[in-house]
Design a protein around this ligand. Structure first.
Ligand code: SAM
Length: 350
């Protein structure tokens, strides 16, 4: 596009929009961490005034006013003269309801935690250095674990019904393997959701293994769940699992050859007719698509973090090919409501 096709004013407004989006993300982060959203939600439709909010939370009125007005400006809160502030439509479930698969409240602290990567990137441009995730500040690891938590509900409630035979086996009691188990949230969710099933979480990063084992102990989950400290590239099980899940994990297992290796091992580890669920970031296949969907545009930013921590990237088309090449049967895209995920299903042929 040439300069005479695009008004300068439109480009200026676009840049202003980026500043606003950045600020809105931080206002959301603050509102979540401080309980401001939760307290406004608690007031319901009657609304709450700035002074009552300040008193209820013990926060400085001047700062509460600044936050409320910004949150109103960013259309996170609504306001009227007679009742004060209330949450804007759907913000309660999107920001506060952990059981909603589109819960964004867990994701914002991750997006804001990325400021460290953006700040460091100019230095890394000159070197080929990797900044491993485990060397990042602990709050980024915690924020990342929270960002992926709603996926567990999406997988069990929206994706697995699309593999009804496997779902029935899970309800009756079956074996689940979660590869790249991270902090263990998903294995705990699976164990609770399928009280007759046995669950193995496989994780290669020692601090995450520790975190997952601690989470299991705290969750008081019985011996149906095990965290195995090993690399998915070395998976040796055969005909052992009814379901294998990889949530935002396959692209982290190495390069293309590693992805192929892991999926071949997953097929071997599944029982005949067992199901694999691979959930990935929905990277588009062509650069043009990055501008066609705001989620893809956002992923372009997330990719900077992924590159810095040494992760690869799997586009949607590549994931389809990977599963087909690994000789899964009935390879299909799962229908689900989380636009920041691309989820595929496949079965081990009999
Ligand atoms: C983005 S995290 C997702 C964690 C978890 N699945 C979730 O959704 O919360 C990816 C996880 O995969 C783990 N991982 C990466 N490569 C792995 C490998 N080769 N074998 C096992 N785990 C691996 C990482 O250590 C990390 O904990």
């Amino acid at each position: 596009m040439s300069a005479d096709q695009v008004p300068k004013d439109a480009q200026f407004q676009k840049l202003v929009g980026y500043v606003v989006g950045n600020q809105a993300a931080w206002f959301i982060d603050i509102g979540l961490k401080t309980g401001l959203f939760r307290t406004v939600a608690g007031a319901g439709e009657s609304g709450i005034r700035e002074d009552a909010l300040s008193e209820q939370l013990g926060y400085t009125l001047r700062y509460v006013q600044v936050w409320c007005r910004g949150a109103y400006a960013f259309e996170l809160l609504d306001w009227d003269d007679s009742s004060g502030y209330r949450l804007a439509p759907h913000m309660e479930s999107l920001l506060l309801d952990r059981s909603d698969p589109r819960w964004m409240g867990g994701r914002f602290p991750f997006y804001t935690a990325l400021f460290e990567d953006f700040r460091a990137f100019p230095e890394y441009l000159r070197t080929s250095d990797i900044w491993p995730r485990s060397a990042h500040d602990a709050f980024l690891l915690e924020a990342l674990a929270n960002a992926t938590k709603p996926d567990s509900v999406m997988i069990t409630e929206q994706v697995l019904p699309q593999a009804p035979a496997t779902l029935a086996r899970l309800e009756a009691g079956a074996q689940i393997l979660d590869i790249g188990a991270g902090g263990g949230h998903h294995v705990i969710h699976y164990a609770r959701r399928f009280p007759n099933a046995r669950v193995v979480g496989l994780e290669s990063d020692p601090p995450s293994v520790e975190l997952a084992r601690r989470a299991l102990a705290e969750a008081n989950i019985d011996d149906r769940v095990e965290i195995r400290a090993s690399d998915a590239n070395d998976l040796e099980d055969e005909d052992a699992f009814d379901l294998v899940t990889l949530n935002i994990a396959l692209h982290e297992t190495g390069d293309h050859a590693h992805h192929v290796n892991v999926l071949n091992r997953v097929r071997r580890a599944l029982k005949p007719n067992g199901t694999v669920v691979v959930s990935e970031l929905p990277y588009p296949d062509s650069p043009q698509e990055y501008r066609q969907n705001p989620v893809f545009t956002m992923l372009a930013g997330i990719q900077l973090h992924e590159a810095l921590v040494g992760c690869g990237m799997i586009t949607q088309g590549e994931l389809v090919d990977l599963l087909k090449d690994a000789q899964f049967a009935d390879v299909r895209v799962a229908q689900q409501s989380v636009p920041t995920r691309f989820v595929m299903l496949g079965e081990k042929p009999r």
